[in-house]
Design a binder for this molecule. Structure first.
Ligand code: MG
Ligand code: MG
Ligand code: MG
Length: 307
């Protein structure tokens, strides 16, 4: 029976590339493993796979009767709805430990680094397995994406070391150039429905019993998003009502200015000031230096919601 390896809902490049890499490593260790994804690839991930000539993973929506390895998440809210019907053999991740539990021991690689693919680089080394050139390329791209070309607060020296080693294997000389190429693809929003943009990089969280959604769009210049802001706000309101959410927040991150404008739809907008010490102006607030949802946004909101 094949083991399915997959990342979180609304997959990003790390979820896609980590699934492909772990499935490759496991296959070489004698385990029949298949990379999978919970949904369509975003434009950045498509670009990355095409650049290195790798097929998109198959899309799965059920874990029933499957053996699985989770990558880039361990939160139930971000996993398959029927994950309880699957057998979890392992987790490879770089987020806070979520609420997944297992009846049996499992192989867990969860490190406080900027990207799952940084952990996977060390897994290949640990098992003494050579990383194929094209897989090194997509792992490198995942690190550049997750760490916002090493600028994010989540980036560690380990991420930089892994990226450099992977670049060598992949034959990439210009890391910055590759990173900017990816973020330009990511920044192209024209012609994409606002709803798709809202959910492109979106996660739901349970914060003290409240369902809280936080999306993020990372662009090379915020002015790109100006024409779609109103439509995004309407979609956020819809998502809040239809999904029974307490709040929906959307981070519009300017990777060059290194900060985020956060759009706010909430039953209690005062949580924003509680979380960031800054009062919103209308339905948004500028958060200087904030680029990481995981490190600079989720913990603040969790505290604010807790009390
Ligand atoms: Mg991710
Ligand atoms: Mg990640
Ligand atoms: Mg990200």
């Amino acid at each position: 029976m094949a083991v399915y390896v997959f990342g979180h809902k609304n997959p990003d490049s790390d979820s896609i590339c980590a699934a492909i890499a772990v499935a490759d490593l496991k296959s070489k260790l004698g385990v029949e493993a298949v990379p999978a994804a919970q949904g369509e690839l975003n434009p950045e991930s498509k670009f990355v796979l095409e650049k290195f000539g790798i097929d998109a993973p198959e899309i799965i929506s059920s874990g029933e009767g499957k053996q699985v390895i989770l990558v880039d998440h361990s939160d139930l809210a971000q996993s398959l709805d029927d994950l309880s019907k699957a057998e979890i053999l392992g987790i490879v991740d770089h987020h806070k430990l979520g609420d997944v539990t297992t009846p049996n021991p499992l192989e867990c690689w969860i490190w406080p680094v900027g990207c799952t693919c940084t952990v996977i680089k060390s897994m290949y080394d640990f098992f003494g397995v050579e990383i194929p050139k094209n897989i090194a390329g997509i792992m490198l791209c995942a690190i550049l994406s997750d760490t916002v070309i090493f600028k994010s607060a989540t980036c560690t020296d380990r991420d930089k070391e892994a990226a450099e080693a992977l670049a060598k294997i992949a034959g990439v000389d210009d890391l910055m150039g590759l990173g900017m190429e990816m973020f330009k693809v990511k920044s192209a929003v024209e012609g994409t429905p606002a709803k798709d943009l809202l959910f492109r990089d979106y996660k739901d969280f349970d914060m003290s019993g409240n369902k809280v959604g936080i999306g993020q769009l990372e662009v090379v210049d915020l002015s790109i998003l100006e024409p779609v802001k109103d439509a995004l706000y309407e979609e956020m309101k819809k998502a809040k009502e239809e999904g029974g959410r307490h709040s929906v927040f959307l981070l519009l991150t300017d990777i060059m200015k290194e900060g985020s404008e956060m759009l706010i739809v909430s039953d209690d907008p005062s949580v924003v000031e509680k979380a960031f010490g800054k009062a919103p102006e209308g339905n948004s607030v500028w958060l200087e230096g904030v680029m990481s949802r995981k490190k600079q946004v989720v913990p603040n909101f969790e505290k604010a919601f807790a009390g």
